[in-house]
Design a protein around this ligand. Structure first.
Ligand code: MEV
Length: 430
């Protein structure tokens, strides 16, 4: 085994990097050739985006259909590795369409930057002093980003509080910044670093962390849709359940999640299947979205669900979602990744808020689709069909062979690589 201690890997050419990795991991020529196929993003772009690049990792980009958000039809690009997700979102959006689709509303894009102050003589006095100078601190923060201010954004408010810790009292300052169409991390972090020395003077303490909070409680989105009894029943003809019954089953599923963290976690995972997939397609920081979503789900002191369900007067199902969605259309991968730029164009959006609204609708659709399947036929039936196709492809099936072999394995309830190979052999010998 070679050593992983390699100095200046970033300075080496692509060829040199590949030959180091090749030797270290025993890759063959075909594998190196595959890595060299960069796909839609060329080496130079990828290498500017992250460090030590040797290839790109590609994901399927699917288009979810049937979405109508705030009265406007949209095709939703989703990038992910999991089968069934795009189909499920499209199906749910089709059911919601019958009652007009999704309505969604984002709050103004206010992000929070945090500055931690330690070694304070009098924490409460420091809080008061900071509050007294809030206007001046906001002005100072804004000097760090005149462009954002020119576009109507910028720092708006200061909030501070003392916290007790094992290492003594600390004062935590929140700088609230309207980041407009950016995700905001860069602008906010710069502003926090700018005001930190002044905060030290005012508080008599030492500034430590100066960083954005991904718990974007002031930058949330609400979306809502009605799934009618009629559309639900029609979507599930083979299941033999009435629309009203399906709704009762879904409500049972929701109340399970609302009262059990183990279920709520998976319930929210289903929501993030949709939100992350749009985030990845459009070049967003999906880790920030994940962190924010789960912290938001815990804000009431116990981990809960990001969606809720109830019945309207006619007995139709009303689904709602509320969560932080911090996304941007300026700066970051959305501007450098060629496919992300096309994804934004497909969505036909002009602002980060519109993107957040569509993402909330997709999260709700995804959750509704999962509950509809789980509360009725179970999700394995649909999954197994797709799984069988993947196994058939892995066994070497091509074109028409894929569907035929997958169908046969699903019918036999024997979805295995060796069976797929056997069937493929028989198919080709015919
Ligand atoms: C699978 O990726 C997502 C689900 O588990 C979500 C859920 O259980 O609600 C189906």
């Amino acid at each position: 085994m070679g050593s992983s201690e390699i100095s200046g890997f970033y300075k080496k050419s692509l060829g040199e990097r590949l030959s180091i990795v090749r030797e270290f991991a025993g890759l063959d020529e075909a594998e190196i050739e595959l890595l060299k196929k960069f796909g839609a993003m060329d080496f130079e772009t990828a290498d500017r985006m992250v460090e030590n690049v040797v290839s790109t990792q590609q994901l399927p980009l699917g288009i979810a259909t049937n979405f109508r958000v705030n009265g406007k039809d949209c095709l939703v690009p989703m990038a992910l590795e999991e089968p069934s997700v795009v189909a499920a979102a499209s199906k749910a959006a089709g059911i919601a369409r019958e009652k007009g689709g999704f309505s969604a509303e984002a709050t103004p894009p206010i992000m929070i930057g945090q500055v931690q102050l330690v070694h304070l003589k009098e924490a409460e006095r420091a809080v008061k002093e900071i509050e007294r100078n809030a206007g001046r601190l906001v002005d100072l923060a804004n000097q760090a980003d005149p462009v954002l201010v020119k576009f109507g954004g910028g720092a708006k408010k200061i909030e501070s509080r003392a916290i007790e810790t094992k290492r003594g009292k600390m004062v935590i300052v929140h700088l609230l910044v309207d980041v407009k169409d950016a995700m905001g991390a860069n602008a906010v972090n710069t502003m926090c670093e700018t005001i930190a020395p002044e905060l030290e003077k005012l508080s008599g303490g030492e500034a430590r962390l100066r960083i954005i909070s991904n718990l974007a409680v002031y930058r949330t989105v609400k979306a809502k849709a009605t799934f009618s009894k009629k559309a639900l029943e029609e979507s599930f003809k083979e299941g033999g359940l009435k629309g009203g019954e399906i709704i009762e089953h879904i409500l049972d599923a929701y109340h399970f999640a609302a009262n059990d963290a183990f279920r709520a976690c998976t319930h929210n995972k289903g929501i993030m299947n949709g939100i992350d997939a749009v985030a990845i397609a459009t070049g967003q920081d999906f880790r920030a979205l994940e962190a924010g979503a789960h912290a938001f789900a815990s804000l009431k002191g116990k981990y809960g669900t990001l969606t809720s369900y109830s019945k309207d007067r006619e007995g139709n199902l009303v689904g709602e979602i509320e969560m932080p969605i911090a996304v941007g259309l300026v700066g970051g991968a959305v501007k450098t990744s060629p496919v992300a730029k096309i994804a934004v164009k497909i969505l036909g959006i002009k602002t980060a808020s519109e993107l957040a609204e569509i993402m909330a609708a997709v999260g709700l659709a995804q959750n509704f689709a999962a509950l509809r399947a789980l509360a009725t036929e179970g999700i394995q039936k649909g999954h197994m069909r797709l799984h069988a196709k993947n196994i058939a492809v892995m066994a070497g099936a091509k074109g028409k062979e894929i569907d035929e072999i997958a169908e046969k394995m699903a019918w036999e309830r024997n979805i295995r690589a060796d069976r797929a190979k056997e069937l493929l052999k028989g198919f080709r010998e015919k």
